[in-house]
Design a protein around this ligand. Structure first.
Ligand SMILES: *[C@@H]1O[C@H](CO)[C@@H](O)[C@H](O)[C@H]1NC(C)=O
Ligand SMILES: *[C@@H]1O[C@H](CO)[C@@H](O)[C@H](O)[C@H]1NC(C)=O
Ligand SMILES: *[C@@H]1O[C@H](CO)[C@@H](O)[C@H](O)[C@H]1NC(C)=O
Ligand SMILES: *[C@@H]1O[C@H](CO)[C@@H](O)[C@H](O)[C@H]1NC(C)=O
Ligand SMILES: *[C@@H]1O[C@H](CO)[C@@H](O)[C@H](O)[C@H]1NC(C)=O
Ligand SMILES: *[C@@H]1O[C@H](CO)[C@@H](O)[C@H](O)[C@H]1NC(C)=O
Ligand SMILES: *[C@@H]1O[C@H](CO)[C@@H](O)[C@H](O)[C@H]1NC(C)=O
Length: 516
């Protein structure tokens, strides 16, 4: 009898331990690259965020050499006075900066079509758990195109017919919304322990609203459809809410500069700041704020970071009536290697109650990129990690990746243009690959939850090491460390306690301890 009980208890303990133990990355080597983590129906790696105690801290490390969220714990030591050196990172939680809104990716048609192309329900669920579940990287922000984008299998908008239909009498969502995007968003919502905030962005309105009557190319909105284009956004929000997806924010059109220059031929709509200023002040702002959806954030910009002086500063100074309607400005990543992001801090000095959020980034999109999908690339993970650090140092409140998943060709894309993604889906082989970029995202998204505050901490004198510190709503301190060089050591210090960490070469580290 006794042995029976022991066996039952042992099996329960084993089950609990098994439930909470991380499943390590099923690493696949790639020649001259870092590793891929392979997920199949039978196996997919997981990571649990542990709760630190007063005496101990946790670290999670990913590296070019092949570590992926390698978890360790250590004991905090009492910090000897006067032993402060170049590698002591002293945390000052009383000096706080921006409050974090979150991290996430885009549920494009391409992402959701390739997700469903996995067909096996268990494997599809692994992808959702990996991104949104507590055993995954816990995304809490999703961006969704309003209608089609370049990463769709066809160009489309809502209410394409009848033409010149100013009342949008035939507005319905598309099959892509019902079959792919909404199911993927709802699958994420279902497993997420945080609220998933959804941001919608239009690439192109129906062609009849545009001067060129086309999805691509140089265009403006026709003057007579300013109100119809505002109503178009209202109706999108209404239809998504009715389908069970509340919309948290909308941007005022994706990359409005593209269609003023006529060189990036994707679905788009060109806006001058004068025209856009009038639209926000007279149409979009009043339409949303007078509606059931008055709390939906209205976010200007949604173009490259260097356009903030144009689509924010010039816009709001020339059209001050837009300011009460606008909650913030959105930026994209593609030109950040040429423009120091201190531009964001400088541009927003006079607008302390307005936020900056990064709404799009991907690797493989530059003219200098020779391949779109680069399986196992560590430099691409570093591109993400470094950009997130530079953005957050300049008060950005959230960072949203582009396509959450793509196929092995980096598509589908109706214009046959392809890029990379943190998850690459090989439907034929019945597997998907978590790229190093996936872990770069996770070192922030999993450990820096919504309403964390960035706090002050010393910088190291090792220029290969960059760091950020946060105070989370759970009263823990999270430190994120990027090492682009050789291995080194750092000491993290707070309130007379310190943790001595060895930092792997070419690595990302997330450290977490209790504040007190
Ligand atoms: C190995 O990969 C790195 C980074 O992607 C690249 O710079 C280097 O040229 C590659 N070397 C070879 C031999 O392919
Ligand atoms: C309404 O839109 C659908 C496509 O969503 C289209 O097939 C139909 O012809 C449109 N109705 C009218 C009256 O234009
Ligand atoms: C739309 O633009 C594309 C690309 O410039 C062009 O090939 C196509 O003919 C245009 N369609 C219309 C209806 O003008
Ligand atoms: C609501 O609509 C009225 C009439 O169009 C307008 O005067 C007012 O400014 C709007 N309110 C807001 C908060 O935009
Ligand atoms: C879906 O998977 C099949 C193989 O199972 C592949 O041939 C096809 O290209 C995939 N579709 C997309 C859109 O990736
Ligand atoms: C580190 O930060 C602490 C607290 O802000 C400060 O007192 C100290 O001077 C800093 N040390 C260095 C070396 O910058
Ligand atoms: C600290 O200084 C030593 C000697 O200059 C240097 O080798 C080491 O990389 C530095 N470490 C950090 C974390 O700055």
């Amino acid at each position: 009898m006794m042995s029976y009980h022991i066996a039952v208890i042992a099996s329960l303990v084993w089950q609990i331990a098994a439930e909470y133990a991380d499943k390590p990355c099923a690493a696949r080597a790639v020649a001259n690259r870092s590793v891929l983590c392979v997920c199949t129906t039978d196996y997919c790696d997981t990571v649990i965020r542990e709760t630190p105690t007063t005496a101990s801290y946790y670290t999670y490390v990913s590296s070019e050499a092949g570590l992926r969220f390698k978890k360790s714990s250590g004991e905090l030591q009492s910090a000897a006075d006067g032993s402060v050196s170049n590698n002591s990172l002293e945390i000052d939680p009383s000096t706080t900066y921006q409050t974090i809104e979150g991290f996430g990716g885009a549920v494009t048609d391409a992402a959701s079509i390739t997700w469903k192309n996995l067909t096996d329900a268990t494997l599809m669920q692994h992808l959702i758990d990996s991104y949104c579940g507590d055993s995954g990287i816990q995304y809490n922000l999703l961006r969704v195109p309003i209608g089609g984008a370049d990463f769709s299998t066809r160009p489309y908008a809502y209410n394409e017919l009848p033409e010149n239909d100013i009342t949008l009498s035939n507005f319905t969502l598309a099959p892509e919304d019902y079959d792919y995007k909404i199911p993927m968003i709802q699958a994420c919502q279902k497993v997420s322990s945080a609220r998933i905030d959804v941001i919608g962005s239009t690439w192109s309105p129906p062609p009849w609203m545009k001067t060129n009557n086309n999805f691509t190319g140089y265009s403006r909105l026709k003057k007579e459809y300013l109100q119809a284009y505002a109503d178009y956004h209202y109706k999108f929000i209404e239809h998504y809410a009715a389908a069970g997806v509340p919309v948290w924010g909308i941007t005022t059109t994706n990359e409005p500069l593209d269609a003023t220059l006529d060189y990036i031929n994707i679905n788009n709509l060109g806006w001058t700041i004068d025209y856009m200023g009038e639209w926000i002040a007279n149409n979009l702002g009043p339409t949303l704020r007078n509606s059931t959806f008055k709390d939906v954030k209205i976010i200007a910009g949604d173009d490259q970071s260097y356009t903030v002086p144009l689509y924010w500063n010039s816009l709001v100074s020339r059209y001050p009536d837009t300011l009460p309607y606008l909650d913030g400005v959105a930026v994209h990543f593609y030109m950040n290697q040429y423009v120091p992001l201190s531009l964001l801090t400088q541009s927003m000095v006079e607008y302390p109650d307005k936020f900056v959020i990064s709404t799009e980034a991907c690797a493989g999109a530059q003219v200098t990129d020779t391949i779109s999908v680069d399986l196992g690339s560590w430099p691409r993970a570093e591109l993400y990690f470094n950009d997130i650090i530079q953005n957050l140092k300049n008060n950005v409140i959230g960072w949203i990746d582009w396509n959450m998943a793509l196929n092995t060709e980096g598509g589908p894309n109706w214009l046959k243009s392809s890029v990379d993604a943190p998850v690459i889906i090989n439907a034929e082989a019945g597997e998907f690959y978590k790229q190093p970029m996936f872990y770069a995202m996770g070192h922030f998204s999993k450990f820096v939850p919504r309403n964390s505050k960035r706090i002050k901490m010393n910088e190291t004198t090792n220029t290969n090491i960059q760091t950020l510190a946060f105070l989370t709503p759970e009263n823990t301190i999270v430190v994120v460390i990027y090492n682009s060089g050789a291995s080194d050591t750092v000491k993290i210090r707070l309130g007379g306690k310190e943790a001595a960490l060895s930092i792997e070469a070419k690595s990302f580290t997330t450290f977490e301890m209790l504040k007190e």
